[in-house]
Design a protein around this ligand. Structure first.
Ligand code: AMP
Length: 178
């Protein structure tokens, strides 16, 4: 299976979570045994022997991918969580949603000084979520060497915004629109 085959396993759900949004549902991709394995391989393989110290997955679908990628790459995994979920001391970053804001958090001791981080999520749209995660990693003394997504919605500009920050961005598939 190549990335085009994997794209056929992503379910499109119109008008979720609100009218006008085409939700790209990766649960159908993850539920397929070959789809799950190939997705992790294609996302992780470019980073073998690339000096990544740790994989950081974004709440919550980034955890499914990031744990498997960390296993493949032989690195640790850290969870970038929504507010209020991590038990020990945290730092937080707010980011904009269409209406209002949300907050991502990292444990204060999650990233070693100078660590090269691979950031992972299922999808990048406006990039607000990923950019908040980049700020968290940088505040702890790490750097996001690269960010990997299953899906990019290029019309929303998130990948371009990440590249402007010096982050190398890879995605397996691209869908037009929102
Ligand atoms: P953004 O911060 O705008 O880049 O949005 C990315 C986050 O929102 C990711 O965690 C995605 O899982 C989720 N997301 C945004 N738009 C969609 C969409 N059309 N389909 C599925 N997930 C989405």
């Amino acid at each position: 299976m190549n990335a085009d085959d994997l794209a056929l396993l992503v379910r499109a759900v119109p008008n979720y979570p609100k009218p006008g949004i085409m939700f790209r549902d990766v649960t159908t991709l993850f539920a397929d045994p070959v789809g799950m394995k190939r997705t992790v391989e294609l996302l992780a393989d470019p980073f073998a022997d690339s000096g990544i110290d740790v994989v950081a997955g974004i709440d919550a679908r980034g955890f499914i991918l990031g744990g498997a990628m960390a296993m493949t790459l032989g690195t640790g995994f850290v969870a970038v969580r929504k507010k209020g979920k991590l038990p020990a001391a945290v730092i937080g970053e707010d980011y904009a949603l269409e209406y209002g804001t949300d907050r991502l958090e990292l444990h204060q001791d999650a990233i070693s000084d100078g660590a090269r981080v691979l950031l992972v999520d299922d999808l990048i749209a406006t990039g607000g979520t990923a950019l908040a995660a980049v700020r968290l990693v940088e505040r702890l003394g790490g750097s996001v060497a690269a960010a990997a997504f299953v899906i990019d919605l290029p019309d929303l500009g998130g990948a371009a915004a990440l590249r402007d920050k010096g982050v190398s961005v890879t995605s397996l598939m691209y869908f037009e629109g929102e």
